[in-house]
Design a protein around this ligand. Structure first.
Ligand code: F6P
Length: 469
């Protein structure tokens, strides 16, 4: 789909480039790979609130990246405090982890104001601004107040919080009003749109149902809330999956792990990913099943994350302790049932593990979407392998042919891991993976990004009279 969007402005917490030991490199992740070509074409500006300024020197690129200069205590109160100590756990149903502190809320408002100021400065008259995620949810309304001429899109990349959870957020109505400053609000799946509708009911904000979308009248305009499931760079992962060097590396991994069955999990080390619970389920499998003790290995890639937030530091210790206990109970000189890698893998390394894995174990307790599930499927040159996926991940609403499991059901999780690890492959497994591959191909991240932008422009042009309920 073509979009006009000249000089598109993107606002996000992360920048498209990061500084590493080997210099400035493209930030990982499908979102960046989808948005970079759009930015190159539109010659726009990318505003990043949480980025390192030196990584944002893009003088050789046809677009600008602006890292906002924010005092470090404000940045920390916004990122580690309000965003990841309050909104993240709230949205993922971890109420007991939430901390609401006034100075963190003030920092959140300040960062959103700074981002809105910058977007107002760089957007062309009548231009398009696309704001991303829960770290910047107030930006749409703040920007609308500064620049009513703009077309504003907003995407919330995590689950929309249940209305009971939202009740405890001291600035819930500011949050919703902030989001409603956009013309089009995207959430990953219809179930999050329904949760958004509950929040509108709770706050007494009038809306109209339009199929699975919601339309909220806002004076002379309206805000449309819709499900836009994100995907991955399908061609990129498929081409890594066909690469001979990657395949040779996958064969080496399988051999190094002893030639048995390989299970793979890849997560940021986040309590919402259910890593400890998965390790415990695997431990129960080893207790109960002699074949699993001899032949099944779980590789857990755990990318260190948000370590300035106490809950994340504690989680890493629990993960390491659990892996140590399993190793102590079931390991031996030639046998290591769990391999934990606590570092970032690049996509080539990851692809080799995806190929080597007989099953991907994607069992978050809650997840906005979960793109590891998509990457595992997209990388496989043939429809083999199994995907075990939590019903509580947004991906489960899209990848319906996966083996689905409730990650809170302890015995159910153990027996689901046992099945995907040890049951002989059947024609039905192959048919399921083929169906998953077809679905993942339809949902590429490029289609998602260009489709959302095209829809955003369409939404601002549609002047359907809406009557509030
Ligand atoms: O997908 C949800 C998300 O929170 C993104 O907003 C974020 O960029 C990513 O996960 C990783 O989190 P962080 O930027 O805090 O490392």
């Amino acid at each position: 789909m073509k979009t006009r969007s000249p000089r598109l402005v993107i606002v996000s917490a992360r920048a498209p480039f990061v500084r590493t030991g080997s210099g400035i490199v493209r930030a990982p992740g499908g979102l960046i790979s989808a948005l970079l070509p759009l930015m190159r074409r539109s010659r726009g500006t990318w505003i990043a609130t949480g980025a390192d300024r030196e990584a944002c020197d893009t003088s050789e690129l046809p677009f600008r990246v602006r890292a906002l200069a924010l005092p470090s205590e404000i940045r920390s109160a916004w990122y580690a405090g309000a965003s990841n100590g309050a909104l993240w756990p709230l949205s993922h149903g971890f109420g007991e982890v939430c901390r609401f502190r006034a100075e963190q809320a003030r920092a959140y408002f300040e960062v959103c104001r700074a981002a809105a100021d910058a977007a107002a400065e760089y957007a062309l008259p009548g231009g398009v601004v696309w704001v991303h995620d829960y770290q910047l949810a107030l930006v749409p309304a703040l920007l609308r107040a500064r620049r009513p001429d703009l077309t504003i899109g907003f995407f919330w990349h995590i689950p929309w919080p249940a209305s009971d959870s939202l009740r405890v957020l001291p600035w819930a109505s500011e949050l919703i009003e902030g989001v409603l400053g956009a013309d089009l609000v995207g959430l990953h799946v219809p179930r999050y749109v329904r949760a958004f509708r509950d929040a509108l009911d709770e706050l007494g904000i009038a809306y109209v149902n339009d199929g699975e979308s919601i339309v909220v009248p806002r004076g002379a305009r309206h805000t449309r809330i819709e499900a836009w499931p994100i995907g991955v760079d399908v061609d990129g992962w498929a081409s890594l999956g066909r690469d001979e060097t990657v395949a040779a590396e996958a064969a080496r991994i399988t051999a190094d792990l002893g030639g048995g069955r390989v299970l793979l999990s890849v997560d940021r080390m986040d309590y919402a990913k259910g890593i400890v619970e998965r390790l415990e389920a695997f431990e129960r499998l080893l207790e109960q099943n002699a074949e699993a003790r001899e032949r099944v290995t779980l590789v857990q890639i755990g990318v260190p994350s948000r370590e300035t937030v106490p809950a994340y530091r504690e989680l890493r210790q629990r993960i390491e302790a659990t892996v140590g206990r399993i190793q102590g109970r079931f390991g031996g000189p030639r046998r290591k049932p769990v391999h934990l890698f606590a570092r970032t893998f690049d996509s080539t390394e990851l692809a080799a593990y995806y190929l080597a894995a007989d099953a991907a174990i994607v069992t978050p307790k809650r997840d906005g979407m979960n793109l590891v599930a998509f990457e595992y499927v997209a990388t496989r040159p043939r429809p083999n392998g199994r995907l075990l996926l939590s019903t509580t991940a947004g991906a489960a609403d899209v990848l319906t042919e996966a083996h689905l499991v409730n990650p809170y059901d302890e015995e159910g999780l153990t027996s689901a891991i046992e099945d995907v690890a040890l049951a002989p492959e059947t024609a039905s497994d192959i048919a399921r993976m083929a169906a998953l591959q077809a679905r993942v191909s339809q949902l590429s991240v490029e289609t998602w990004a260009s489709g959302f932008l095209a829809r955003l422009e369409q939404v601002t042009e549609e002047r359907v009279p809406v009557r509030a309920q």
